[in-house]
Design a protein around this ligand. Structure first.
Ligand SMILES: [Mn+2]
Length: 314
């Protein structure tokens, strides 16, 4: 990647670590994927698409990049899945502890193991909202507990895991799956209240891990394992907007963009999805500030709910 590159080509003054509320960590890792390779190219395709995206969001009437978005150097640790997970964990935690709103872009889904570990150490009562075509609940796969097929096994043990959009899994995963907190795609298709039912299961602090193969392959073909019967654009946005409105989303990752030369629209979908999620998050910050600015003596979105104290060293 170029030096001095900023997210979406925003002016450098909005891309400085010290003044940015948002941190974006690219993790171009594709060490354990089983079918189509190429998720290591995901962050670059996402960043390229972002640079060609207009930065005013019509729906929220906002330009969220003005909050500051610091693009970190990519995490390039590839010696083993375990090492990669450790580096992601340490890096995510470092920026959470600077009171940043931390986001990651993969890379394959195994990157989320380290990310979720970091968020779960820093935030009480964490829900992991897992949006994916696949259950990803294997304890071990291909000789590693850090395989993409194991992405939320640990979250299922240690957090309030809620799974949405699932339409492919192994029978062995039925034994560890918490059926009451799983929204299968075929059930969602027949249940107009699924969004409210998901919201009812979320705790106050929510980390979202978004595997792009949750989206229907007709609009999101560029992913390692496309599965029919996925989410469409506006229902995805309606769902996400409600989650951001009603819960304290503490961070998110987007994974499994596997770009190809023929289809650029998937790269743009990923770019737009990322920006939409930020727009919803910081629209909410503004509305909360407007509501209780008199008692609020801190500019941190996390102070009341996080496990750590304010730490402003850089
Ligand atoms: Mn998946």
């Amino acid at each position: 990647m170029k030096t001095n590159r900023t997210y979406a080509g925003i002016p450098e003054k909005f891309g400085k670590l010290e003044t940015s509320k948002i941190v974006l960590i690219p993790v171009p890792y594709d060490g354990t994927s089983t079918w189509q390779k190429g998720a290591d190219k995901g962050p670059e395709a996402f960043l390229n698409a972002s640079e060609n995206m207009e930065l005013y969001d019509i729906e929220t009437d906002s330009e969220v990049y003005l909050e500051g978005i610091y693009l970190t150097p990519p995490i390039t640790e590839t010696s083993s899945p375990e090492e990669m997970v450790d580096v992601v964990h340490e890096t995510a935690k470092k920026y959470i502890n600077k009171n940043k709103f931390v986001t990651l872009f993969g890379g394959e889904h195994s990157i989320s193991i380290g990310t979720i570990r970091a968020f779960n150490e820093c935030f009480d009562n964490l829900t992991v909202l897992h949006i994916d075509a696949h259950a990803d609940l294997r304890k071990e796969y291909g000789g590693s507990t850090c395989n993409h097929a194991c992405a939320v096994y640990e979250a299922n043990q240690n957090t309030n895991l809620v799974q949405v959009g699932i339409r492919s899994m192994d029978i062995s995963e039925t034994r560890v799956m918490n059926r009451d907190k799983v929204f299968f795609a075929h059930e969602m298709a027949a249940n107009e209240y699924w969004i409210d039912e998901v919201l009812d299961l979320l705790t106050g602090n929510v980390f979202i891990t978004f595997d792009l193969d949750a989206i229907d392959p007709s609009i999101m073909p560029s992913t390692g394992t496309p599965e029919p019967g996925g989410l469409f654009w506006y229902e995805t946005l309606e769902f996400l907007r409600k989650v951001f409105e009603q819960k304290n989303v503490v961070g998110f990752d987007i994974v499994e963009l596997c770009p190809n030369e023929q289809d650029k629209s998937s790269d743009f979908l990923a770019a737009k999805l990322y920006y939409k999620m930020l727009s919803y998050k910081f629209l909410q910050e503004k509305e909360d500030d407007d509501y209780d600015h008199e008692e609020d003596n801190s500019d941190s979105p996390f102070n009341k709910l996080s496990k750590f104290k304010d730490d402003d060293e850089y």
